[in-house]
Design a protein around this ligand. Sequence first.
Ligand code: GDP
Length: 172
Amino acid sequence: KLKDKELRVLMLGLDNSGKTTIVKSLLGQDVKQVSPTMGFNIETVDYHDYIINIWDVGGQSSLRPFWFNYFEKTDSLIWVIDSLSLERLQENFIEFKKILIEDRLIGSNFLILLNKIDLIEDKAKIQQLITKIINLLQLEEIKNHNWKVLPVSAFTGENLHNGIDWIVDEYK
Ligand code: GDP
């Protein structure tokens, strides 16, 4: 068997958006057992012919200056948003903008995950939320990156594998 292809994925987003829980869910671990990420974790997910190294970097404002140390050689960036904390959208936009202008991320793909959709009962709201995020983050204006927005739940696992499929397809 040929050596598996290795992908480097950087997972960022505001604190409490669910980054660590998403990684746990992908690893098939107990999603109810997470503590806030202090510093960073690297987890490896085996996915078909791929080895996906996911760098989960803590999102508290005190840790954000360190995000910039992790950009080298990133194939895909996953930006995680808490669908329920819309009062933080402005903060989200400000942090996302800083990442968009980062030269070291040119050529990487951006997967934006709207997490915690298990808490949204009205499914029509999810579509509205996607549109809102596309507008807020001004995604249509992005030229250097392919991007995709997916509503997900780390708790139920809904759509997470579609996200990883997208990352892998983009890499091919
Ligand atoms: P991080 O700071 O971005 O790594 O966020 P965590 O993974 O620590 O999650 C923050 C909080 O959100 C925790 O209380 C999680 O249990 C909760 N959470 C994460 N993902 C989901 C989800 O898909 N659904 C729900 N309902 N809660 C979630």
